[in-house]
Design a protein around this ligand. Structure first.
Ligand code: SAM
Length: 264
């Protein structure tokens, strides 16, 4: 590994601190017999800890230069997949495990949001997601209504489950050192929350609600959903229409979504 050329385009900032690696696995709650999906094996430092604890680990790595090193680790419960995780259909990944699985990863930050939506939106079997992300993104993921960071990402993460930051991790813990600090976020997926709601349609609705932050719901919804203002006034009361999306919790946005859908 000593001669590895770190590739910025793949978000390669590795962790080698044993205590931190153990803490990530401990925060994830993964225990004996559990299935784990890791995204971005890197030098395999986190993979090695997961391999000791879990029942089965599938670990994706896009950088084929790392293949000889990773295969040379001789991990017993880990199956490495060398390729881009974003290009593999989520159903195919679900089929790599029998039953539920947990995602544990020090994520390549350039794919954080699409990767979260890939698994939250498309997988039937992800139970928890414990990921290292840029600190600012973590704050947006867990923000509540009324907080500065509250927006589309906060609402959608809340839609799929409950999320919390388990620890803040300074930039010095990574090599090469990135320009930003990080945080570990754990999401516990709760499928009851979104049963009966079309996930893609609700996402488009929330995206529309937040499309222009300073604008009212009336403005944003008429533009995003193409419903004329008069029709919107028949579906929702004036106070709601004159408010901004950031003033509503997930449950309140679901209520608004249902009222619009019933009348459409
Ligand atoms: N797990 C290691 C650690 O904690 O030290 C490495 C983490 S590093 C932040 C992210 C890793 O993800 C890199 O090794 C990178 O090559 C890999 N990666 C980036 N994009 C990927 C993708 N689309 N699919 C699979 N792996 C990817």
């Amino acid at each position: 590994m000593s001669e590895h050329v770190f590739k910025k385009k793949f978000g390669q900032n590795f962790i080698s601190d044993r205590n931190l690696l153990q803490a990530i696995v401990s925060d994830s709650g993964v225990s004996a017999g559990d299935n784990v999906l890791e995204i971005g094996a890197g030098a395999g430092a986190l993979t090695e800890v997961l391999d000791k604890v879990a029942g089965k680990v599938v670990s994706f790595e896009i950088d084929k230069d790392l293949q000889p090193h990773l295969l040379g680790l001789g991990l017993k419960r880990t199956q490495f997949v060398f390729g881009d995780v974003m290009k593999v259909p989520t159903q195919d990944i679900d089929r790599m495990f029998s039953g539920q699985y947990h995602i544990v990863a020090n994520l390549p930050y350039y794919i954080t949001t699409p990767l979260l939506f890939k698994f939250l939106g498309q997988s039937s079997n992800v139970a928890t997601i414990t990921v290292m992300v840029q600190k600012e993104v973590a704050q947006r993921m867990v923000a509540q209504k009324g907080e500065q960071d509250y927006g589309l990402l906060s609402v959608m993460v809340a839609f799929y489950g409950s999320a919390c930051i388990t620890r803040i991790v300074g930039r010095k813990m990574f090599f090469p050192q990135p320009k930003v600090d990080s945080a570990l976020v754990k999401i516990i997926v709760d499928r009851n929350k979104f049963s009966g709601i079309d996930k893609a349609d609700f996402y488009s609705f929330v995206q529309g609600c937040f499309s222009m932050r300073r604008k009212t719901l009336k403005n944003n919804l008429s533009h995003a959903l193409g419903i004329n203002v008069k029709t919107l006034s028949e579906m929702l009361d004036e106070k709601t229409l004159a408010s901004r999306a950031e003033e509503f919790s997930l449950d309140e946005l679901i209520e608004i979504y249902k009222k619009i859908n019933v009348n459409r």
